[in-house]
Design a protein around this ligand. Structure first.
Ligand code: CP
Length: 300
């Protein structure tokens, strides 16, 4: 996403925050519009967040969930979405396991489509809301010189990919951290050719890098995507952000996690619920970023 569009989204999200927190009245920008949430993979945060965002803008929503829809009978993503679109909806929010599934639907149907996570590929609004949370915490949108670690199950993480694109666009230097099975070296090439002001690298050690980080984003181990292999049995010992390990971060460093958290595996309770954690701020900011995203795609 171009920098000016991202900063415009952040500005809109900032203006939406009082609506999200209940300190300002809901808006009516999308009154009369119907948005369909097509979620063929499970979700708590993203689906509720898009729903809350739509309602705060005056839209109504339809929820179509994988397990209870005819997708479970073998209907394709495109057929599912074409049928929902034929009911006259104004936009679709799609989570699916197909890489680029939302883009294919958008191309075929000519409707506004927001990608709510497509397989291991991208989760754009998560990348945006994470970057927004960081910029709001720091009070600046230029992240030049900021050192962000993204640790854990990077290989299967659409969150990591979208964060790399968003954060390096803003100038941050991102270090992807994990054992080689979970953080493959070729992920250092993610932004090759994209002319980003920030950088990305991959390391296979955790402890020696902690004291250099301003932000540590801990990823969920996605056991369901590994088929029983790839995750070391002693993961927590070497890669879990324990309370002891968090002591080695700089005093003002912050900890983030996109959720859901495997407590006691990648993140200890004391850190998850501690003063460094911005995890619930990510969720609140996420509604504002999704309001801004809906306005960007459907508002005009
Ligand atoms: N962060 C995130 O995508 O969470 P959900 O899977 O609960 O939507």
């Amino acid at each position: 996403m171009p920098l000016d569009r991202m900063l415009g989204l952040f500005e809109t999200a900032r203006a939406c925050m009082p609506v999200v927190t209940g300190d300002a009245a809901p808006r009516s920008d999308l009154a009369g519009k119907i948005i369909a949430n097509v979620f063929l993979e499970n979700s708590t945060r993203t689906r509720c967040s898009f729903t809350a965002a739509a309602h705060r803008l005056g839209a109504t929503t339809i929820d179509l969930l994988g397990g209870t829809s005819s997708a479970s009978k073998g209907e394709t993503l495109l057929d599912t979405c074409a049928n929902v679109a034929a009911m006259g909806v104004d936009g679709l929010v799609i989570r699916c396991s197909d890489t680029c599934g939302p883009a294919a639907v958008a191309g075929a149907l000519g409707l506004p489509v927001l990608n709510a996570g497509d397989g291991k590929h991208e989760h754009p609004t998560q990348g945006l809301l994470d970057a927004f949370t960081i910029t709001e915490h720091l009070g600046r949108t230029d992240l030049a010189g900021l050192r962000v670690g993204i640790c854990g199950d990077v290989a299967t993480s659409r969150v990591a990919r979208s964060n790399v694109f968003a954060l390096t666009r803003l100038g941050a230097d991102v270090t992807l951290m994990g054992p080689p099975t979970l953080a493959p070296d070729d992920m250092a090439t993610l932004i090759d050719g994209l002319d980003m002001p920030g950088t990305v690298r991959v390391v296979h050690e955790f402890d020696p890098h902690l004291e250099q980080l301003n932000v540590l984003m801990v990823l969920r181990i996605q056991f369901e995507r590994h088929g029983g292999g790839g995750v070391p049995d002693d993961y927590r010992l070497h890669w879990g952000l324990t309370a002891d390990r968090a002591e080695h971060l700089p005093e003002d460093a912050i900890v983030m996690h996109p959720g859901p958290v495997n407590r006691g595996t990648e993140l200890d309770d004391a850190v998850c619920d501690g003063p460094r954690s911005l995890i619930l701020q990510q969720v609140t900011g996420g509604v504002a970023v999704r309001m801004a995203s809906l306005l960007d795609c459907l508002g005009g």
